[in-house]
Ligand binder design. Sequence first.
Ligand SMILES: [Zn+2]
Length: 102
Amino acid sequence: MKEEFCIMPSNPPYWSNKRFLGSERHEVFEGYATKNRDYSIEDGLVIFTTPELHRIGKKSIHLNPKYWREELKLQEIAEQTWIDYYGKTKEDFSKRYGRNYL
Ligand SMILES: [Zn+2]
């Protein structure tokens, strides 16, 4: 399995910052029109999770994004991680991803 660039902290049992057997990658910020998905991959804002937690289960990212946003703070953690890792500001983040989550 090849390492993929990821700057996110792990948050077990929800997600890992490394690919593991059977894992699926999720881009924290999505959208093809906005390029957010490409930026997420380029910037390392990706997480690795199980198929169940990614898109199958009731609490999966794709079926229950609200849970991941409000309870697990996925986007908030990602924005803060991006700011810290790249030495940028909230304004820089907003310019790249279109809005703020902090
Ligand atoms: Zn996904």
